[in-house]
Design a protein around this ligand. Structure first.
Ligand code: ACO
Length: 432
């Protein structure tokens, strides 16, 4: 419980009574978030309306903390000292796509930091999410060191891909299908469907908030909810004319060098579509480089090219963080290999996921049950390690070497690895 003059409450995503503009409380919450992330320009009525529409589409739950001790002649009491937002999407765990409780817009003002406001907001929220039946919570973090203490583990890494497109870029595979350049607005009826196909097949993918569609269509730009006239778009059609991917991009200007085409969003339902979109991006005259964010840690593009040295990567970052709330529900949705069984003991300082769990695996699918405390465990881990274990972000040997997973003295690590280790890495192509 927060003490003193601090008060926690929800903020409705609504227009003001008898007005067609955002309510003062909602406007104060949005501006609180913007200020927390150093967007030092209050949102205009038009921007607030855009935010409100997208937050309503996401069915966001907004929480704020107010400090009633601040002098009212100096600051509007509606202005929060902390913000916290959540919404429901899904996470692809490999064998199934499960509901995910997404956390975003976490800010605490410098005047109120390190007093336990984040801890209070997050502990209560994660308990509620577990009670509501979410197997997992997820977030994308500003700093890697904040969320481990709440049981979040890093599951994906992303990086920015740079493709040198000077001269003739040659691919091993022959070209297939076709690209069509179109006005970004045309993606309104296309982008979500392509993303859903990617999302349903890619382990680690997390559902997208409404803002992504607004960005894809150019209704929103880099600076937020304002039109982006520079945006260009194209779609990839396979041999039968079906749209299998799209890309949005902007010209980075004649300076600085190299002259760069900057991908804003690239979503491909198939690996062929992704490769063909890069073939298209490599074909622009006068352009020297193409940059593309949210590339996977094991991006296959260098393997597609006759000269893999054309591809470089920068800004390798932690991407998605996942918090397991319900071990049986989450691990039932995981992929495994072969047939076998083992018992996992989990410790969790927040008391949400701790216990002993039996995993009965048959032909790559598991039935997971909570066991009595006294059951002997084949391996032990903290809740933080559950996330990379769940998503197959790191193999069993790597988790053991990192000190995140501890096999018991009688456990065959090779047998455990034969059940748990998965090919490839999870990949999420969005932030929130
Ligand atoms: C999902 C997202 O929205 S990610 C974006 C997070 N927001 C930002 O980065 C905006 C700028 N920063 C902030 O607003 C705040 O400093 C916050 C939200 C990061 C932290 O809020 P606070 O209320 O100060 O945190 P609180 O006092 O509850 O601290 C909780 C714990 O986190 C730790 N912690 C807080 N901030 C940080 C940090 N930046 N780095 C490392 N640890 C941190 C505290 O030491 C404390 O640890 P303990 O409980 O184990 O002793």
């Amino acid at each position: 419980m927060l003490g003193g003059h601090l008060r926690i409450g929800n903020v409705a995503v609504e227009r003001g009574a008898d007005t067609d503009v955002a309510s003062p409380g909602y406007a104060a919450w949005v501006n609180g978030v913007w200020e927390g992330f150093y967007h030092y320009k209050p949102a205009s009525d038009g921007q607030l309306e855009q935010m409100l529409q997208s937050h309503q589409a996401d069915e966001r739950v907004l929480t704020a903390v107010w400090d009633d001790s601040r002098p009212r002649d100096l600051v509007d009491p509606l202005v929060p000292v902390a913000t916290y937002g959540t919404f429901a999407k899904t996470l692809n765990i490999g064998a199934a796509v499960v509901p995910a409780h997404l956390v975003t817009s976490v800010t605490v003002r410098p005047t109120h930091r390190r007093r336990g406001i984040l801890r209070e907001l997050m502990s209560a929220d994660l308990s509620r999410a577990k009670q509501a039946g979410y197997p997992v919570a997820a977030l994308t973090a500003s700093e890697a060191t904040i969320y481990g203490r709440f049981g979040f583990g890093r599951v994906t890494e992303t990086q920015t891909l740079h493709l040198d497109v000077r001269g003739d870029v040659r691919f091993h595979a022959p070209a297939t299908g076709s690209m069509v350049q179109l006005a970004p607005g045309k993606l309104a009826g296309i982008a979500n469907g392509v993303f859903e196909r990617f999302h349903s097949t890619r382990r680690g993918s997390v559902g997208r908030q409404e803002a992504y569609l607004r960005h894809a269509t150019g209704a929103w730009g880099e600076e937020g909810p304002e039109p982006e006239p520079k945006l260009r778009a194209a779609v990839y059609l396979d041999g039968s004319g079906e749209i299998q991917g799209y890309v949005t991009y902007v010209f980075g200007g004649w300076d600085p060098k190299p002259i760069t085409l900057k991908v804003r969003d690239l979503v491909a339902a198939t690996e062929v579509a992704r490769r063909e979109i890069f073939r298209f991006l490599a074909s622009f005259d006068l352009i020297e480089s193409v940059s593309c964010p949210f590339a996977a840690a094991n991006d296959p593009l260098p393997w597609a090219l006759e000269n893999p040295a054309r591809v470089g990567f920068s800004e390798r970052e932690h991407g998605l963080w996942v918090r397991v709330l319900d071990v049986p529900a989450a691990f039932d949705a995981r992929e495994y290999r072969g047939t076998g069984s083992f018992t996992l003991a989990v410790t969790d300082p927040l008391g949400l996921a701790d216990g002993r769990y039996g995993l009965e695996i048959r032909d790559g699918r598991a039935t997971v049950t909570a066991l009595a405390e006294a059951s002997p465990a084949d391996a032990t881990c903290d809740v933080v390690a559950l996330a990379p274990l769940l998503l197959g972000s790191c193999d069993t040997a790597g988790l053991i070497a990192a000190g995140l997973l501890e096999p018991s003295s009688h456990t065959s690590v090779a047998a455990l690895a034969a059940l748990l280790d998965l090919p490839g890495v999870p990949h999420a192509i969005n932030g929130f």
